[in-house]
Design a protein around this ligand. Structure first.
Ligand SMILES: [Zn+2]
Length: 195
């Protein structure tokens, strides 16, 4: 069974707690929306945090809304640039890498760096139609002028506010040759459907 799903490639970014935002940018300093995102009423803002590691620093854009905990999502290539080894995760855990967040207002240390595991967002209706379940690992095949590649272990996330999308990071997007709007095929075999 095959189903076409839009693929979005996520550049490195940071989710901030309200307290960390207030420290880095000043309490009640407003931020502007510069790009609407597909999930959870998220949007990219005009605010940039410099992420500092042992070997360098690199800017990351703050995505609204605020989260309970500050969370920085980099690709492996981004991590190499600043000399950080970060785990592959879906949310902040104790083992996330230590980094420094810096703006002109000052800097703070946070155990907040992860590489986001590739995942598929689906609403309960999409999930029922596709016969997929929360936390199921599925395969997504992508074909571009670069050739065909299949991403396995794509983690399914279901929420009533989700739009049907696959999220890859920039390393994965580049490996697949994705440069523009792109669709992948969900591949489910009979075992997936019956389990
Ligand atoms: Zn996502």
């Amino acid at each position: 069974m095959k189903k076409e799903i839009e693929i979005e490639v996520s550049a490195r970014h940071i989710h901030l707690s309200k307290d960390d935002y207030n420290f880095l940018f000043g309490a009640e300093t407003p931020f502007k929306e510069i790009k609407e995102l597909s999930q959870r009423k998220e949007f990219a803002t005009d605010k940039i945090v410099t992420i500092v590691g042992p070997k360098g620093e690199i800017p990351a854009r703050f995505l609204s809304p605020f989260r309970q905990e500050t969370q920085t999502e980099f690709s492996l290539t981004d991590c190499y640039q600043i000399g950080v080894i970060a785990p592959y995760e879906t949310e902040i855990i104790d083992g996330c890498a230590d980094i420094i967040l810096k703006t002109s207002n000052g800097e703070i240390h946070r155990c907040a760096m992860m590489i986001a595991k590739r995942h598929l967002h689906a609403s309960p209706t999409d999930a029922a139609e596709l016969k997929i379940k929360e936390n199921q690992k599925v395969e997504i095949a992508v074909e571009t002028p670069r050739g065909k590649i299949v991403f396995d272990d794509v983690n399914v996330k279901i929420d009533k506010n989700f739009q049907l999308r696959v999220h890859l990071d920039t390393d994965e997007g580049n490996a697949a040759g994705i440069t523009d709007k792109c669709f992948g095929s969900l591949i489910l075999d009979e075992n997936d459907i019956n389990n």
